[in-house]
Design a protein around this ligand. Structure first.
Ligand code: BGC
Length: 739
């Protein structure tokens, strides 16, 4: 539709119609099947406004969205099409590994391809907007949503933010792809103590340096929507934070798309004690910059009164409404309200062989080999293998936020291994995932009947345990597939105990006592504390929730179809008492190593090491690529120069290896204390077998700047240290100067 017609449409719309555009409701309001997660409550919205609502969340399926579109357009006086929005966070039906695993690929180009597939699967099913990418930087795996984010580093997350937005949106002109909605703006990953929906409180320097960059990268990549977060930031709820939404996002970053609240968060302004009532909440959210009120009654019940009693200018409503109409128009919905939806393509394209192949490739690269003593891996198909553990034959491999995925489509570890090993494979469940009924009941999705199906009675448990031990005795190698229950991570999955459940630890210990070769395969939504089992096993394969092709990818790694190349994008703690634990912490005046003080009065724990169990960037491979000969072209740069460096990588093995070369730095003296190390660049390169390669980088000097407490970047002259290596710990160092 031409711009003038769009403006004419806005002028012709009644106030209720305009307010309707600013309301998003879930499918249940329209007698449709809905898969929404959040808290269910009666909203008390007048039927008329339900009919006028401008977007519908979490309803998909070509036939159903087409039916609903027809139904809703008929009810709207101006027949304005609705937008269908949904949580497509790491796949639609073909599910990729959870984002913390996507982060571990260190391969944004590959993830861009994955997001293209996710976007196309969603588009043929009638969806137009994805609530993704989620790029909250997170430093604390007690937070269940560690699952949803690419990781703990702002630079790495920014690279993924860009790739994900491009992957989602690139094909929009062809009526494919999806509008991206970056979330959760801002700093949701910093919730205190890893507790869901908690506050985030921090210095401006920290906010600009560590939390804002990924959202900004998404906006720079052209992301058309932004979702405000549920948390307060320095005391002000993000949902009503005018500085965050208007001054920074719109005015400074130039964002002119649509801003949506998170689920019910406009109403929650009242619960926060930030707004007195619905009218007050509506005013504060709209005034701050929220265009769409997701799943709360506040805009529906508050805006009309505010305009009528003169407290809110109609201009504000017109502007918000126009942004939504504009988005609909940009997608061509006025001409074709069904966008890319197609029952035929839904059938042909969704979960196609090619999509599955890509999911497997991504999972191959997401898996991180954490331990491989005496090169027990890869295994050979001639070995007699016992697959033991509750994840051995479990289909639930897609993680909590794959709301459109179906675990029925998953390849289990057992299915994948038996196609390689045939009769050389034996299987025993050994134990349940967890036996903690109280915790399971608290997860919110499992009723008593389901729990009693998940948790065996004591006698069955004992039999399972014994059967596993006798199977293990007969095997040469034991693969122990363990992990968290799917609902223990994801939204509202905060935990204080990050160990494997006691019953699984017991199984591991008893099998260890048999003295066999043990490979631990871990399925988890976050870094777990593996300290108590790490010595009992020879190899550890962190597989996350690996997605639809999970079993095949795990088999690829175990049997050497690929050499593992995943590198942690999140630190694995030694104990959860260290949290928040991340590699880029600021220097302290009394560092444990290098302080003038000795003994007690340094920054350390008296009952645990300061160091993590596995650091950021860590991961093993079957090839052992050696780093040497770091060269810097010039070690004195001015502001407009680039730091040009190169490093030699030698691969003496028979394996062709994908290697992630990581570049970190430290600003030695600065007017704001700087992190001990900060990632500034990386490259994932292939080092063919028996060869060496030289990897080069050219890093603009301005990338070595930091943000001050007014949010401005500063590059201060002086000496810097450069670190380069295969992870954040094992690095080669050189000094350079900014002059
Ligand atoms: C989550 C969002 C999600 C939304 C819609 C909220 O509870 O925080 O990440 O997009 O629900 O499902």
């Amino acid at each position: 539709m031409k711009q003038e017609r769009l403006e004419k449409l806005l002028n012709e719309m009644s106030l209720s119609e305009k307010i309707g555009q600013l309301i998003q409701l879930s499918g249940d309001f329209f007698k449709s099947k809905d898969i929404s997660f959040g808290p269910i409550q009666k909203l008390g919205i007048p039927d008329k406004l339900v009919d006028l609502s401008g977007s519908i969340m979490n309803v998909t399926g070509a036939a159903e969205t087409q039916r609903l579109q027809k139904q809703q357009m008929a009810k709207q006086p101006h027949h304005i099409p609705v937008l269908f929005m949904s949580d497509v966070i790491y796949g639609f039906k073909t599910i990729f590994p959870i984002p913390v695993g996507l982060g571990a690929t260190w391969n944004p180009e590959l993830i861009k391809e994955a997001f293209k597939v996710a976007a196309n699967e969603a588009a043929v099913s009638g969806n137009q907007v994805c609530f993704a990418p989620m790029v909250d930087v997170t430093h604390d795996p007690r937070w269940g949503r560690t699952l949803e984010s690419p990781g703990e580093d702002p630079y790495l997350n920014s690279c993924f933010a860009k790739a994900m937005v491009e992957g989602l949106q690139e094909q929009l002109p062809n009526k494919k792809g999806q509008v991206a909605c970056v979330k959760h703006y801002a700093a949701y990953g910093a919730v205190e103590a890893g507790l869901e929906y908690n506050l985030a409180d921090m210095s401006m320097s920290n906010l600009f340096q560590n939390y804002l960059p990924p959202y900004k990268a998404a906006v720079k990549a052209g992301c058309k929507m932004v979702m405000a977060s549920l948390n307060t930031l320095n005391g002000v709820p993000a949902t009503a934070n005018k500085w965050l939404l208007t001054d920074l996002l719109k005015k400074q970053w130039g964002f002119n798309g649509v801003i949506i609240s998170d689920y019910a968060s406009v109403y929650e302004l009242i619960k926060h004690g930030f707004a007195a009532d619905e009218e007050d909440a509506a005013f504060k959210a709209l005034d701050a910059g929220i265009d769409i009120d997701m799943k709360s009654p506040v805009y529906a019940n508050g805006l009309q009164k505010l305009v009528e009693n003169g407290k809110l200018s109609i201009t504000k409503i017109n502007e918000a409404c126009m942004r939504i109409l504009q988005l609909k128009n940009d997608l061509g919905l006025f001409e074709n309200p069904y966008f890319g939806s197609s029952e035929i393509e839904e059938h042909e394209y969704t979960l196609s062989d090619d999509n599955r192949k890509l999911a497997r490739k991504v999972a191959d690269e997401a898996i991180v080999l954490l331990k491989n003593n005496h090169q027990v891996l890869p295994l050979s198909s001639n070995e007699k293998v016992a697959l033991i553990g509750p994840y051995g034959d479990e289909k639930s491999l897609i993680g909590m936020w794959a709301v459109h995925g179906d675990i029925k489509d998953c390849v289990t570890i057992k299915a994948a291994l038996s196609s390689i090993l045939g009769t050389n494979l034996g299987y025993a469940q050994g134990t349940d995932i967890t036996r903690d009924k109280q915790m399971l009941a608290g997860l919110g999705f499992l009723n008593e009947e389901r729990i009693s199906r998940i948790v065996s009675d004591d006698e069955t448990e004992n039999q399972n345990h014994q059967a596993a031990l006798s199977l293990a005795k007969k095997a040469e190698t034991i693969i122990l597939a363990v992990g968290e229950n799917v609902f223990e991570s994801g939204e509202a999955g905060s935990k204080t105990n990050l160990h494997l459940p006691k019953n699984q630890v017991k199984l591991i210990k008893d099998i260890h006592n048999l003295g066999k070769k043990i490979v631990l395969v871990v399925i988890s939504g976050r870094p777990l504390v593996l300290t108590d089992v790490i010595q009992d096993v020879d190899a550890v394969v962190e597989s996350w929730f690996p997605g639809t092709e999970g079993g095949n990818a795990i088999a690829d790694v175990l049997f050497g179809k690929v050499s593992p190349s995943g590198r942690l994008s999140t630190t694995f703690p030694f104990t959860e008492g260290q949290e928040p634990l991340y590699y880029s912490h600021l220097s302290t005046g009394r560092p444990q190593k290098g302080s003038q003080h000795v003994g007690r009065f340094v920054s350390r724990y008296i009952d645990a090491p300061n160091e993590p169990l596995f650091p950021f960037g860590y991961g093993l491979s079957y090839a052992d690529v050696k780093y040497s000969d770091l060269q810097i072209e010039s070690d004195a740069l001015n502001e407009s120069d680039n730091l040009r460096l190169s490093i030699k990588l030698v691969n003496d093995s028979q394996w062709s290896q994908k290697e992630t070369v990581q570049v970190y730095f430290h600003d030695d003296v600065a007017s704001i204390v700087q992190p001990v190390k900060r990632l500034v660049s990386f490259k994932k390169v292939t080092v063919p077998a028996k060869t060496s390669v030289r990897v080069t980088f050219s890093i603009p000097a301005t990338d070595f700047s930091f943000f001050d407490n007014t949010g401005h970047p500063k590059l201060e002259k002086g000496s810097f240290h450069l670190f380069i290596g295969p992870n954040s710990n094992d690095v080669i160092t050189k000094e350079f100067q900014i002059i």
